[in-house]
Design a protein around this ligand. Structure first.
Ligand SMILES: Cc1cc2nc3c(=O)[nH]c(=O)nc-3n(C[C@H](O)[C@H](O)[C@H](O)COP(=O)(O)OP(=O)(O)OC[C@H]3O[C@@H](n4cnc5c(N)ncnc54)[C@H](O)[C@@H]3O)c2cc1C
Ligand code: FES
Length: 286
């Protein structure tokens, strides 16, 4: 984890109220993994003392550029839209634990709801770089909020669902998952908690429906601590969680979600990525 002064290189509104900003931050661009996030300080310390967390959307080690993709929801995110190229912010990161892809996974299913695209976008790049096939299922309320396919690598199969049917499948993105569950070796998701809970329920029944354990896994064999990196790497579904955050370094306990073990998990330290089966989806935060 490093504290880096990062210069804004480019800022553009890609959809109404949604922005992608590119920062020059070479240390972050080389040392970060998909699923991790940065905690960004606004320059307005009069009323915005707390940093704001954003997923690392893309990183490019060659240019030293990292991007974030955010929606304007309040004062902090609005402040960022008024930055101009050349302005500096300070970025703390990379924070949190990343997605863990099993080396045997050839078919990677990404599922994003709305701004959840920012949580899985970098994994698309990493998986393609590693020679895997990637299908990305994306859900939005309407065509006006659909992430542009031009911002994705050509190799990604991109399938869209909209709640109102104005583009792609008419319905929820979760409706599309059954068609891919036999194809996918692993799935990785980010989006609203309700969507993640629905995916966790679908994934829990997958083994029974397919009647096989994929990738030669022994039933529960050798998993050890369910929160360990090795256990997460074997999980079919990994989810990236969002909670309101204070410190983002594990000190304030402001970001906890409940594990099936009954032990609260800090999204900023034990997460934001968890194996879906680690979390108690019926808990109060869901
Ligand atoms: C690990 C992590 C990664 C994130 N990545 C992204 C990302 O890539 N893109 C993105 O647009 N947003 C992301 N968020 C959410 C983002 O941090 C908040 O939207 C942002 O901090 C709001 O700041 P604000 O000052 O504009 O809003 P505020 O004035 O602080 O709040 C305005 C509204 O946003 C809600 N809000 C504030 N913080 C969060 C939060 N953490 N999660 C959900 N709702 C929140 C508040 O409840 C309130 O309704 C992430 C959050 C976490 C914890
Ligand atoms: S935000 Fe403080 S412990 Fe996670």
């Amino acid at each position: 984890m490093r504290l880096a002064a990062a210069e804004l290189v480019e800022s553009r509104e890609i959809l109404p109220g949604q922005w992608i900003q590119a920062y020059h931050a070479p240390d972050l661009a080389t040392g970060s993994r998909a699923g991790q996030f940065v905690h960004v300080r606004t320059g307005d310390l009069s009323g915005m003392v707390l940093r704001r967390p954003f997923s690392l959307n893309t990183t490019d080690a060659a240019t030293g550029i990292v991007t974030i993709h955010f929606r304007v929801v309040g004062r902090g995110t609005d402040w960022f839209t008024r930055l101009r190229p050349g302005d500096e912010v300070d970025l703390l990161g990379p924070l949190g634990r990343p997605f863990e892809v099993d080396p045997r996974s050839q078919h990677v299913l990404l599922i994003a709801g709305g701004l959840g695209m920012a949580g899985v976008r970098m994994l698309a790049d990493a998986a393609i770089r590693d020679g895997r096939q990637v299908t990305l299922l994306f859900g939005a309320a309407s065509s006006r909020e659909v992430y542009p396919s031009s911002l994705l690598p050509d190799e990604v199969e991109y399938i869209v669902a909209t709640d109102d049917g104005s583009l792609g499948h008419h319905g929820f993105v979760t409706d599309l998952v059954p068609e891919y569950e036999a194809w996918a070796d692993q799935a990785f998701a980010c989006g609203p908690t309700g969507m993640l809970a629905a995916l966790a329920r679908q994934a829990a029944g997958r083994r029974q429906r397919l009647g096989v354990a994929t990738l030669g896994r022994k039933r529960g064999g050798g998993k050890g601590d369910p929160g360990s990196t090795a256990a997460r790497r074997k999980a079919f579904l990994q989810v990236s969680m969002e909670q309101n955050m204070g410190c983002a370094v594990g000190a304030c306990l402001g970001c906890v979600v409940m594990a099936t073990s009954g032990i609260p998990q800090r999204v900023c330290r034990e997460g934001p990525v968890f194996a879906a089966e680690e979390l108690a989806w019926e808990g109060a935060w869901a």
